[in-house]
Write a protein that binds this ligand. Structure first.
Ligand code: URA
Length: 433
């Protein structure tokens, strides 16, 4: 096989065989195929697409390029969840303890945030002492006993995806549905999931900017799940404004506690309960979605869900007292209020701009190895559809930096105020099974 011929084949829109896809992926991981040929191949995929079978072969080739996690010693159906990434997305912090509280075993391997989207690992590390690394033996014993673990993805999981993702980043080929779908599904399969719930975000803070694109991505991933025997449900959720009111690591932990206490903002509560309900149904704790939603809601109201988060913090070395007293989580020195300049209604809050502003305040990394500040972030005090008067606070920036002008300009520009009242946004667009 010659790489140039395979690029040619894809350039003409022809279908590649499993052996040809393996040749490309494994050859690249072994440094036998240079970046320039893989770049040309990625661009051919970008323009010509792939069939569901090709995407599944690509996914499994990524899985087989590195280690896979064997969770067979954990009893029960292991359900995993994945979000395509957003601003203020603290759903995992809520869904993991909630689903574990009904006995479904959850092993959540998470990543760090990069750019304007936050990562679950960074959020959890704002809880003093919380450890996100553990041996596989400890992970299995924790999940068998407590039904849950949230850990950092192991180093050698899907190295082909890591290497190809880095190349996509610099060759303008990130936003290709076959490439995104195989990248996400390979990580879930390698991490040992039996069944998967995907939160496919759509809007200004997400990779997918339209519902049509999100639907295509969701359908592709559900199809990969079918072809690899891992039942997958995808939920298309709104990311056209930040999720909830809090953005930033400690801030988001505080808001997750509020949701688990039964007094969180409605959008995060509804989305978290929906995701958790599908996870619980896939884990066979309930027969249908409606029952799961009602029962999980009752568990929140009873205080049991928050107790389960406290248990998670305790078993992973964190200080559970911080869950009882979230006001003791890291706090920034400076709080800058951004005020409305005119009367009207909030018609838009650009989620990406809020994410970038929070990053500039210290909440995220601009480069891979940057230190992050757990206390930095933004509280969004007015959401789309809310009425505002001149001088009223629309958001508050939290930072320990003295140089926050750029972040302030960015946050201010994220808000659009109009004379006409717009309807509040829809939280969930579609569920694809
Ligand atoms: N998230 C991933 O893990 N991979 C992609 O390609 C895009 C988003």
């Amino acid at each position: 096989m010659r790489m140039v011929n395979l690029i040619q084949k894809k350039k003409r829109g022809e279908i590649l065989t499993k052996e040809e896809i393996d040749f490309i992926v494994q050859g690249y991981v072994r440094d036998e195929i240079p970046d320039y040929q893989i770049s040309a191949f990625l661009m051919a995929v970008y323009f010509k697409g792939m069939t569901k079978e090709e995407i599944t072969d690509l996914t499994m080739s990524f899985v087989n390029s590195g280690d896979t996690v064997d969770l067979s010693k954990i009893s029960g159906i292991k359900v995993d969840k994945h979000s395509t990434g957003g601003v203020g997305d603290k759903i995992s912090l809520i869904a993991v303890p909630l689903v574990a509280s009904v006995g479904v075993p959850i092993v959540k391997m998470s990543g760090r945030g990069l750019g304007h989207t936050g990562g679950t690992i960074d959020k959890l590390e704002s809880i003093k002492g919380f450890k996100t690394e553990m041996s596989i033996e400890k992970l299995i014993s924790n999940v068998n006993k407590h039904k849950m673990a949230i850990v950092k993805q192991t180093q050698n999981l899907t190295p082909a995806d890591k290497k190809i993702y880095a190349l996509r980043d610099v060759t303008a080929t990130v936003d290709s549905i076959p490439l995104i779908a195989s990248s996400i599904m390979s990580k879930k399969i390698a991490a040992g999931a039996d069944r998967i719930v995907l939160d496919v975000k759509v809007g200004s803070g997400a990779f997918m900017k339209t519902v049509d694109e999100a639907r295509e991505l969701a359908r592709t991933m559900v199809e990969i799940g079918k072809l690899t025997n891992r039942k997958t449900v995808a939920i298309i959720t709104n990311m056209s404004q930040p999720l909830g009111r809090e953005v930033g690591n400690a801030n988001e932990v505080k808001e997750a506690i509020e949701v688990l206490n039964g007094n969180g903002p409605e959008d995060v509560t509804v989305i978290a309960l929906t995701i958790a309900s599908y996870m619980a149904v896939l884990g066979e704790a309930f027969k249908n979605f409606e029952t799961a939603y009602d029962e999980l809601n009752k568990i929140i109201k009873s205080g049991k869900a928050l107790e389960k988060l406290k248990e998670l913090v305790m078993i992973q070395g964190g200080d559970p007292g911080l869950i009882e007293k979230p006001e003791k989580l890291p706090k920034a020195e400076r709080h800058i209020e951004i005020k409305a300049s005119q009367k009207g209604y909030i018609s838009e809050i650009n989620a990406e701009s809020i994410g970038v502003s929070a990053m500039l305040l210290g909440a995220g990394r601009q480069k891979k190895d940057d230190e992050i500040d757990a206390a930095a972030g933004i509280t969004v005090t007015k959401k789309v559809g809310d009425e505002v008067n001149p001088g009223e606070t629309i958001c508050i920036l939290h930072t320990n930096l003295t140089n926050y002008e750029e972040a302030e300009v960015m946050a201010r520009k994220a808000f659009v105020i109009s004379d006409i009242k717009v309807s509040p946004v829809k939280y969930i667009y579609e569920v694809i099974e």
